[in-house]
Design a protein around this ligand. Structure first.
Ligand SMILES: [Zn+2]
Length: 52
């Protein structure tokens, strides 16, 4: 069994999903970089993450 998924809701409305903290942080960092041209720190991403 894996832990429940993590979800980050971007302010732009996009929902980013990951199987764990590392995955959802990576998804959020990629999204922030590609869509918003912003760097997102791991701490920032984790502060936005919720159990999915
Ligand atoms: Zn976004």
């Amino acid at each position: 069994m894996t832990e429940s998924n993590k979800v980050i809701q971007c302010p732009c409305g996009t929902t980013l999903l990951g199987a764990d903290d590392d995955a959802v942080v990576a998804a959020a960092q990629t999204h922030a970089s590609e869509v918003h041209q912003q760097e997102l720190s791991r701490d920032q991403a984790l502060s936005m993450a919720r159990p999915g």
